[in-house]
Design a protein around this ligand. Structure first.
Ligand code: CTP
Length: 407
């Protein structure tokens, strides 16, 4: 049997990027031989094994053929006769279809190295279309390697367009899609992921609510970039620049969905877009089964981001309602993430990226003021049940009035 390093490990070594995860392919072996060497079988789908010591993945060389819709619709063929070239040709991109032996000799039948140098994400063969998830993968790689100058080859973008139009993307499971989306959002240039999906028509299928924001104008006084889609991409870019967590990035992507619902005659104003967008945010959240913390923050940011921007003008009672809605007493971290999303929203505007955002500290101060209200003295005064709740609220309101006067 012959063993080769394949995929991302080869690609990233050639790019000079640290390799974290190594995949191996084994040519000329049978399942029985692998088991006899102590490899542990994993996954019911493919002949993949874990190395007894390193735990790294070793897959028998295989060919694949599509036999139905979606990821399950595959038949594969693994046998000692399958060659390395046959295994590599079923892979997604030329830069992912290179193999290396233990002497670092490269097997590169589909010119991955040439495409690495040309900074091109190019599909290996028409078999690319057999897994629609690859549309998202290519967009994610485009985001990851954008800083290195990579772009999607025109013929690959065309294939991605055909796949998007074919209805195949609908067959993806929420879990597989979310894995790609969440990884892409955590890249340094997550806006490129959305741009590439849009360029091939996949955004319209996967997130029509986000796609609908392009071409929708906003008032130039607050939004010099005017276009709501362009604004959303800038907000996402700021979130990456400021190393925000996934929750914040997800909320940034979805915060203005309501603007896509504004009737044209009301443009460029978007009255009550915060509230109108909530059902769209909920739909996107559920479509991809986003984790609960991402879902919650996206809904809260959608509803309250304008409150964040107007923080200094809010009446103490409105400020209190905001803090209560976030349950800032038990969930301080979530309120911090809300503030971060608002700040990214304020910075994601053309020419205003460097502006200061005094609302952030003001909101933090308000949360601290409300939190300092002690419950014990109220208990001692004999308040209980709903009356206690009301008394706490009154004290918090007092604290917020004092805070507002003092700032
Ligand atoms: N692969 C593929 N099509 C997919 C998934 C994976 O062709 N839908 C192939 C590619 O050759 C890829 C390899 O399997 O390089 C390993 O896949 P994976 O570990 O998911 O990705 P990497 O390329 O290693 O990239 P990353 O750094 O994002 O993990």
């Amino acid at each position: 049997m012959r063993i080769y390093k394949v995929g991302g490990a080869v690609r990233d070594r050639l790019l000079g990027i640290p390799v974290t995860d190594i995949d191996w392919v084994v040519v000329g072996a049978t399942t029985e031989e692998m088991l006899a060497k102590g490899f542990r079988p994993v996954g019911a789908d493919f002949p993949v094994f874990l190395h007894p010591k390193s735990g790294e993945e070793y897959a028998l060389a295989r060919t694949e053929r599509k036999s139905g819709r979606g990821y399950g619709g595959f038949t594969f063929h693994a046998s000692p006769e399958v060659t390395l070239e046959e295994d590599l040709i079923r892979r997604d991109l030329t830069i992912n279809a290179m193999a290396e032996d233990d002497q670092q000799n490269l097997t590169d039948p589909y010119h991955g190295q040439r495409d690495l140098e040309a900074r091109l994400l190019r599909h290996v063969s028409p078999a690319f279309a057999e897994d629609p998830l690859r549309v998202l993968r290519v967009a994610r790689f485009a985001a990851r390697y954008a800083a290195l100058g990579f772009t999607v080859a025109p013929e690959t973008l065309e294939l991605m367009r055909q796949l998007s139009e074919s209805g195949e993307l609908e067959a993806l499971t929420p879990e597989r899609s979310w894995k790609e989306i969440s990884r892409a959002l955590m890249e340094d240039q997550p806006q490129v992921f959305i741009e590439v999906l849009r360029a091939c028509g996949a955004l319209k299928v996967l997130m029509p609510e986000v796609d609908a924001l392009f071409g929708v104008p906003q008032p130039p006084a607050h939004h010099p970039e005017i276009d709501t889609g362009a604004h959303t991409l800038s907000v996402l870019q700021q979130a990456a620049l400021y190393k925000q967590p996934l929750t914040v990035r997800w909320a940034c992507l979805l915060h203005d969905l309501g603007k896509g619902l504004t009737p044209e005659e009301e443009w460029p104003r978007h009255i009550a877009h915060e509230f109108k967008g909530l059902k769209l945010i909920k739909a996107v959240n559920e479509r991809f089964k986003a984790p609960r913390d991402c879902q919650e923050l996206a809904m809260l940011v959608g509803e309250y981001h304008t409150h964040g921007h107007r923080a200094l003008e809010l009446k103490p009672s409105t400020l209190l309602e905001l803090l209560q809605s976030f349950d800032v007493y038990r969930r301080p971290q979530r309120f911090e993430e809300f503030i971060a999303a608002c700040e990214m929203d304020a910075r994601g505007r053309e020419g205003l990226e460097e502006r200061s955002y005094p609302q952030a500290d003001y909101l933090r101060g308000a949360a601290t003021a409300a939190r300092t209200v002690a419950v014990q003295p109220l208990l001692e005064k004999g308040f209980k049940g709903p009356e206690l709740g009301e008394a706490i609220k009154r004290e918090r309101l007092k604290a917020l009035k004092a805070y507002k006067e003092q700032v």
